[in-house]
Design a protein around this ligand. Structure first.
Ligand SMILES: *Cc1c(COP(=O)(O)O)cnc(C)c1O
Length: 500
């Protein structure tokens, strides 16, 4: 009886120092038997102090690699977790090895980047959620070279004076597209906005009702018009727009004739649209600039590969468009950027728009874009060396080989745990490009025996690196088209890990 009373205040004292709901303590400690309370005290006293770890050899090792705040936070978390377990009536492993193992895991979790690489086994080549285009080796090398040093970003080396960041990229844009001049901003949405702001603020922009695109999220042509202060003048109907529809809409306040590429949809059946040449004729007659928002930025005709309906930038410039806007990271296969190619006089006006400063790209983008564009000087090399183009134009046989390689590695140790095979399927271009084009592909099909296909998909997604695959029925499909050759080994290891 006496012993019990003597213990009570001590327990109270312990309780006061734990940031835990009192009810939980009362339930597990206070109300238990004397023996139970003694055990609880004994267990709690075995928990180490944060400092014991920090100053020990393990702590020293962790501190060499990770920030002190990360190490301290991780040790605290793990000790706190154990404390909770004890107070909840459990008997957690308090051995130094067990604690250290958990602390290391926590350190790795807290120390890891939030933005990180993933393996794209979805088959969607220009996957907007997965960072769109993968840069080419040349582009990556150039980013490293330019970002790891000082550069002539705004310096004219020959003249020994201040230069312009846009000057480096204009020659290659001119060379590839045939345009008089070019400029680059953060993305194509910015390019469109900047053109509208420069040429049509407070003025009318004539657009066909069949081209009032929503690209995704909040990029919708009518909304962009409103944001830029331009006045949208819709003409024609959803399925048919004729040249006179445009002509009848012109007035003294028309600032721009605009064509928008139907990137992510098609209108079929009883349809008609005015080709860019038609708009150019009209524009010349009334002295109104014609702009074509192409979206994808295709610089090589891909018809040979069954990819049709995607005009090249050169085509549109040749047909007389005064301004053409396109993305750097869709079919072009470079960094996120918006490229404006067109008449020198118009680009000069864009250069003077104060909004340009707010949309300017940094040196890493210029480095990656210049290197990517240079690769287009030789079309065959571009198709081979720019990942997005290589993946989209890969022959089915190449994809099948990659799928077979993955399959045979998996079969070696997973045959008893999953039903494995290769299935023909369709991949997608993605990124709002080529909505109608199917890309015949081969996928490794995994039907797990011991878990659901959803569980397997989740395990792969939460792995390191995450693998993004797609579920079809009771199978998980690993589409070999979008898997980089240098990541095949990693992918296989991730799949093994998901089964252990
Ligand atoms: C994709 C696209 C845009 C937006 O380009 P971002 O580079 O994603 O900003 C604008 N217009 C069209 C027609 C597009 O296809």
């Amino acid at each position: 009886m006496q012993g019990r009373d003597a213990l009570a205040p001590l327990n109270e004292q312990c309780i006061a120092s734990y940031p835990l709901p009192r009810s939980c303590l009362v339930e597990n400690g206070m109300r238990g038997s004397y023996n139970n309370r003694m055990k609880l005290r004994e267990q709690l006293s075995q928990l180490p102090q944060v400092n014991e770890y920090l100053t020990g050899p393990r702590g020293e090792r962790w501190l060499k690699v990770y920030a002190r705040s990360v190490v301290v936070r991780s040790i605290r978390e793990v000790i706190e977790e154990r404390r909770r377990e004890i107070l909840g009536g459990g008997a957690p492993d308090l051995s130094p090895d067990s604690l250290a193992g958990d602390i290391e895991q926590a350190i790795r979790r807290h120390g890891a980047y939030r933005l990180r690489k993933v393996v794209n086994a979805s088959g969607v080549v220009i996957h907007t959620n997965l960072g769109r285009a993968v840069l080419s080796d040349r582009a990556i090398e150039n980013v490293v070279a330019v970002a790891g040093s000082y550069s002539n970003l705004e310096y004219d080396i020959a003249g020994g004076r201040r230069g312009k960041r846009y000057s480096h990229i204009r020659d290659i844009i001119r060379e590839l597209t045939g345009a008089e001049d070019g400029i680059v901003v953060n993305n194509n949405a910015a390019a469109v906005l900047l053109c509208l702001d420069t040429f049509a603020r407070g003025r009318e922009v004539v657009v066909s009702r069949g081209e009032l695109v929503e690209i995704g999220g909040s990029f919708r042509i009518p909304a962009v018009m409103a944001a830029s202060g331009a006045i949208l003048r819709e003409v024609g109907t959803t399925n048919k727009t004729h040249l006179p529809d445009y002509e009848n809409a012109l007035c003294g306040n028309t600032g721009l004739l605009m064509k928008v590429h139907q990137s992510n949809y098609t209108i079929r059946g009883f349809t008609e649209e005015v080709p860019v040449e038609g708009l150019v004729k009209l524009g010349r007659k009334y002295r109104i600039p014609v702009m074509d928002d192409l979206g994808s930025g295709c610089l090589i005709s891909l018809e040979k590969y069954g990819i049709t309906g995607e005009p090249t930038v050169q085509d549109v410039i040749r047909q007389g468009a005064d301004l053409v806007t396109f993305s750097g990271d869709k079919l072009l296969g470079g960094p996120q950027a918006g490229i404006i190619a067109g008449r020198e006089k118009l680009i000069a006006r864009i250069q003077k728009n104060p909004m340009l400063r707010a949309m300017r790209c940094d040196k890493m983008t210029f480095a990656a874009l210049e290197a990517t564009l240079m690769q287009y000087r030789d079309g065959d090399r571009a198709l081979r060396d720019i990942p997005a183009l290589r993946m989209l134009t890969a022959p089915a046989e190449t994809i099948r080989k990659r799928a077979r390689k993955i399959l045979s590695a998996l079969k070696k140790s997973l045959s008893s745990q999953a039903d494995l095979g290769i299935v023909p399927d369709q991949s997608r271009a993605g990124g709002g490009s080529l909505p109608e084009t199917d890309f015949p592909t081969y996928a490794v099909s995994i039907k797990p025996g011991g878990m659901s296909v959803n569980a397997l998909e989740r395990k792969l997604r939460l792995g390191d690196p995450p693998v993004i695959a797609r579920i079809q029925g009771d199978a998980l499909l690993i589409d070999a088209r979008s898997v980089l050759d240098r990541e095949v080994r990693t992918l296989i290891e991730c799949i093994f890990a998901a089964f252990t």
